[in-house]
Design a protein around this ligand. Sequence first.
Ligand code: KMH
Ligand code: ZN
Length: 302
Amino acid sequence: MTADSAARDSAAKDSAASNDNAAKIARSATLITVAPTGAELEKAAVPALPVTLDELVTTAKECAAAGAAQIHIHIRGADAKPTLDLGRLKDTVHAVRAATDLIVQLSTGGAVTDPYTHRLAVLDARPDGCSLTCGTVNFGDDVFMNPWGFMKELYAKTQEYGVVPEFELFDFGHIAALHRLLAELGPPAGGHVHCDLVMGVPGGMPGDAATLVQAVSALPAGATWSATGIGRTTLPVLLAALAAGGHLRVGMEDTVTFARGRAVTSNAELVERAAAVAALAQRPAMSPADARALLGVPDHRG
Ligand code: KMH
Ligand code: ZN
């Protein structure tokens, strides 16, 4: 055996060992991502929504204590409206990293009105991870635009910057586009494919157990996945995801109703509920350190 082939052999064994380790972590624990704010709700209508940096950091700390390992962030401006202002994004990444050990994932979806250039520039805030939606979808009365050329450019930038993408899948066509992206551009930063099924959006796939099982069966081999159900599909999707061995995303971006007739009072209570059900399912909430190992996210905290 030459030195080169011995080195390749050893790298392949390391990679196989780390895949085995990731698979073991994924089987024995549940990655909980909290999506606390989103871009659609108005603070005036939902006072518990975290919109300032202070509110976001407080929420992040509470959710980390309740069992979240990752936070999916949309930020707001001084007027509480959605923004992709780069300075604010950088401050946010810095502040959440300083206050918690959560994986900091920035949204590149933004609001339906955000231009592609601003959505690409989100990566310049150098987060740990980012969302990457794999296709256009009707989004209530709006359209959430993710044409192929934009997806490709965004994905190439995640690879260049070493930002770990989470592939957001709102519909079955998005799964086909994900296969195409991986085939054309290769594996993501971190080397592991992790997806998030976003279910129950009016215009996307429905949020029910049968659809979830079908979607999971179409994912790339070896991929891990989370699921979130919008609005009243939150609980059916949460229960189906745990039953099918998946991970969870919860938060006020996706639902502001805790139970019939009872509004969500904080993101932390959604994380607490998810962690309690995950513990019942014998796959308790995953630590941020294990989530980093699973997703291939380096720890950038100083
Ligand atoms: N606000 C939606 C238009 C993402 O964060 O990447 C897009 C969204 C997806 O929330
Ligand atoms: Zn989002």
